[in-house]
Design a protein around this ligand. Structure first.
Ligand SMILES: Nc1ncnc2c1ncn2[C@@H]1O[C@H](COP(=O)(O)OP(=O)(O)OP(=O)(O)O)[C@@H](O)[C@H]1O
Length: 306
């Protein structure tokens, strides 16, 4: 059974189609990244899944429970962990009081274990918290009742790199223990680091749904090279280079070929400096998910909806 099944889900706010006929499944025991730029519609999907807003049309199920069945969904939430984009509690409460409040509703058998990993200042009022501390409190809150599924809205925003790493490792351990993780992000590198599959949303539409490895393989690498002397395009370009730009001895391009061939090619030049990075999400959109591009799947089956 799919842990989450989203079926032609649509949410309209006046003129804005925040979610436009979105369909995809999240399998049990996977980490699914929901990737898209700001305003793409990620939070809208998450709030629909939690029953916090009603769909204009379409629906979704969580662990088989239809989100339109409010009573069943309320019961089902005992199995769901939710990290909202903002925690939405009375901010004069201390962190401990916030956790106590959620513990009374759903339980907290994993609270101590989580506080070893993520430690917001529990005795201080939440209104004095930094953004990172609010996130940590939210993470403890989301997982402390040991849910089957965690739905996390930009969970690493505000966390320092060490804490981000800690969260990623924690999510992987949860996945390995059979839990399902659905999280949104606008940062490709974190989705790449931790997710099994990714759905990409842009302007309310799902534009890609695929294995993260396949996405990155098709997306190539950004390469920046500073040569010891100027070079011209005719001498430097190969078929595997996209968006090649050369200014005197500075060269940049997106490379989609074999790495060995790239290294061999660069070896023909006197190189002063080189940097190879993953492309930005916007660049991937530009090259692979341009206007009107149909959603693709890597398994050869036609995509559902989108
Ligand atoms: N309550 C609302 N009323 C009107 N428009 C809304 C409302 N909530 C969201 N929108 C609009 O819907 C679109 C999608 O917003 P949403 O918050 O889902 O995007 P997002 O991908 O989560 O963005 P971010 O990464 O910035 O949080 C945006 O154009 C937003 O302005």
């Amino acid at each position: 059974m799919s842990a989450i099944r989203i079926d032609d889900l649509t949410k309209r706010y006046g003129e804005v189609l925040a979610n436009d006929g979105i369909s995809f499944d999240v399998d049990s025991g996977e980490i699914f990244g929901y990737l898209g730029p700001n305003g793409a519609g990620k939070t809208t999907t998450i709030r629909l899944l939690l029953g916090l807003i009603k769909p204009t049309s379409g629906t979704a199920t969580i662990l088989g429970t239809d989100i339109r069945d409010r009573r069943a969904l309320t019961e089902r939430k005992a199995d769901v962990g939710y990290l909202p984009d903002s925690i939405g509690v009375e901010e004069r409460l201390t962190g401990r009081q916030v956790l106590d409040y959620f513990a009374r509703m759903r339980g907290d058998e994993r609270r101590d274990e989580l506080l070893e990993l993520f430690h917001p200042p529990l005795e201080k009022p939440v209104e004095t918290y930094s953004h990172g501390n609010i996130r940590m409190l939210g993470i403890v809150q989301a997982f402390m009742h040991d849910p089957e599924i965690a739905i996390l809205d930009e969970p690493t925003s505000g966390l320092d790199p060490l804490k981000q790493d800690r969260l990623h490792q924690f999510l992987e351990r949860e996945r390995d223990a059979g839990k399902t993780i659905f999280f949104s992000s606008h940062v490709l590198s974190e989705v790449q680091r931790v997710c099994d599959r990714v759905g990409i949303i842009r302007e309310g539409e799902l534009v890609a749904l695929e294995d993260i490895d396949a996405l990155l393989e098709r997306s190539g690498k950004r390469v920046w090279v500073h040569l010891a002397e100027p070079v011209d395009e005719a001498r430097f370009a190969t078929d595997e280079m996209i968006d090649l730009e050369i200014v005197d001895s500075a060269v940049q391009f997106t490379y989609t070929g074999e790495y060995n061939a790239l290294i061999d090619h660069l070896g023909e030049f006197d190189i002063a400096n080189v940097e190879i990075t993953d492309p930005q999400l916007d660049e991937i959109f530009k090259h692979y998910y341009g206007e009107g591009t149909p959603m693709e799947r890597t398994d050869g089956e036609p995509a559902r909806g989108g």
